[in-house]
Write a protein that binds this ligand. Structure first.
Ligand SMILES: Cc1ncc(COP(=O)(O)O)c(C=O)c1O
Length: 449
């Protein structure tokens, strides 16, 4: 019989977890999730938890959606796998590529499929290198990203990631991966207000581009909202100017929409909402609502034309365009459309969630509220002594997330912040439940009196 202690023991003995301090986990015991329905998961102890993170920013349509399960089952009966190498592929793969072309910004009509966000960014990097080789500019190899960005875990996508905790343990970034400031005034203790700091970031970015020589810079990868880095929402005007800067210096602009895609900000893509007109766009997570692994790299017509005129494009995974996750994605997109989830996030539940989040603006335990769009946000927490009393060795985010789990809510602790990214089907009553748990947690973190 697999009792919880038995499973925990097996886990400690056999399983290596991603992004986990194993000593802490072995001491505290693994948290095993058994089932899910709607916005809730139930753990091994039978405790019901409101999933304020939609898994890892991905279960957009919520748990237990039979439409997705049925589509996967039918596809597996019909054809569980076939590859898209050489001249073969499958029907769901083609139909999903067509569907994405209708949802993405106008110039993006061509898709290469992968199995994750990391692979989608890695594919983008290879496509970009291939593109410049084919157009006679092989010296354009450098990649720009921003501090606090998160782009994945392969050697190259870790190198793009602007979080020292992710790069330093592996002796990364690789050469040619250049990090410019991210628009997070609060995070770097700048005295400038967010808009002025965004302007400074743009000036600094232009300076770095000049210093590195734009003729050697291939692309700039940008998360429209920097999720894993702490839900950093771009200040007014910043993204548009960054996009323009790339155009001015002939640098490809890549929107990493692994988190922001598929309704999270109240549009199919943040690139649509903010008219970013990217040259490439990468996605994963919400594409299948996390039910099966699937990522995609979309490229502009111009890039696709160049690639298609080249000889063999020697890139792709065994599972690129796997029919089963593609069928799952089609069912997921059908469901999102049928339930009007995106308009709902834009005009109804999103504004409700954001209004509730903003109430913490003047709370003594909150240093900064980050949000404003859709169903994503963060609260940067403070101890009694204020910002000066923060201790990097005992970040408040992890502590708050632990307390919140006791209060029946799952959030993500990021440094001193807690992040929220609930399923897009969340109701107003569930949003109220979420913030009631936050209120109780704040009371425990920073007792009144
Ligand atoms: C913006 C962004 N890009 C890329 C990735 C990597 O995706 P994956 O974990 O599926 O490899 C993530 C994961 O959280 C992400 O948030």
């Amino acid at each position: 019989m697999n009792t919880t202690p038995h499973l925990q023991e097996l886990d400690c003995t056999y399983l290596l977890h991603p992004f986990t301090n194993h000593q802490d986990m072995h001491r505290e015991g693994t948290h095993i999730i058994r089932s899910g329905s709607g916005c809730f998961v139930i753990d091994e102890q039978g405790k019901t938890l409101l999933d304020g993170m939609a898994g890892l920013w991905c279960v957009n349509v919520g748990y237990g959606r039979k439409e997705l399960v049925e589509a996967v089952y039918q596809q597996m009966l019909e054809l569980p796998y076939y590859c898209s190498f050489l001249n073969s592929t499958t029907e769901p793969t083609i139909l999903l590529a067509q569907r994405l072309a209708g949802l993405a910004p106008a110039r993006l009509n061509h898709t290469m499929f992968n199995s994750s966000g990391s692979e989608s960014n890695e594919t983008a990097l290879k496509i970009i290198r291939g593109y410049y080789h084919l157009t006679g500019r092989p010296e354009k190899t450098k990649i720009l990203t921003r501090r606090f960005s998160y782009h994945g875990v392969t050697l190259a996508t870790t190198s793009m990631t602007g979080l020292v905790g992710n790069t330093a343990p592996f002796g990364l970034p690789l050469a040619g991966y250049i990090h410019v400031p991210g628009p997070h005034a609060y995070g770097v203790d700048s005295d400038l207000d967010p808009v002025a700091f965004g302007q400074w970031c743009l000036e600094e970015t232009a300076r770095i581009i000049e210093m590195e020589d734009p003729r050697t810079i291939a692309a700039f990868f940008v998360e429209p909202i920097q999720g894993a880095g702490g839900v950093i929402v771009p200040p007014e005007g910043y993204l548009k100017s960054l996009r323009e800067l790339c155009r001015q210096y002939d640098i490809l602009f890549v929107a990493d929409e692994v988190i922001t895609g598929f309704g999270r900000v109240g549009d199919w893509f943040a690139s649509n909402l903010w008219e970013l007109d990217p040259d490439l766009l990468t996605m994963a997570k919400g594409l299948t609502s996390g039910y099966l692994p699937l990522g995609a790299t979309m490229v502009s017509d111009e890039i696709a034309e160049v690639l298609e005129q080249g000889t063999l494009f020697a890139h792709g995974y065994t599972y690129s365009g796997h029919p089963t996750p593609c069928a799952c994605a089609l069912a997921n997109l059908d469901l999102m459309s049928a339930e009007n989830l995106i308009p709902r996030v834009r005009t109804d539940i999103g504004p409700y969630f954001q209004a509730k989040l903003l109430r913490y603006k003047d709370h003594p335990a909150v240093g900064e509220v980050r949000g404003g769009y859709g169903l994503i946000g963060a609260l940067d927490l403070l101890p009694k002594g204020g910002k000066a009393a923060l201790d990097p060795k005992a970040p408040l985010g992890a502590k708050a997330a632990r307390l919140l789990r006791e209060e029946g809510l799952i959030v993500r602790g990021i440094r001193d912040a807690i992040a929220f990214s609930p399923p897009l089907i969340i109701t107003m009553a569930e949003v109220d439940q979420l913030f009631a748990a936050v209120d109780r947690m704040l009371e425990r973190l920073l007792p009144a009196s």
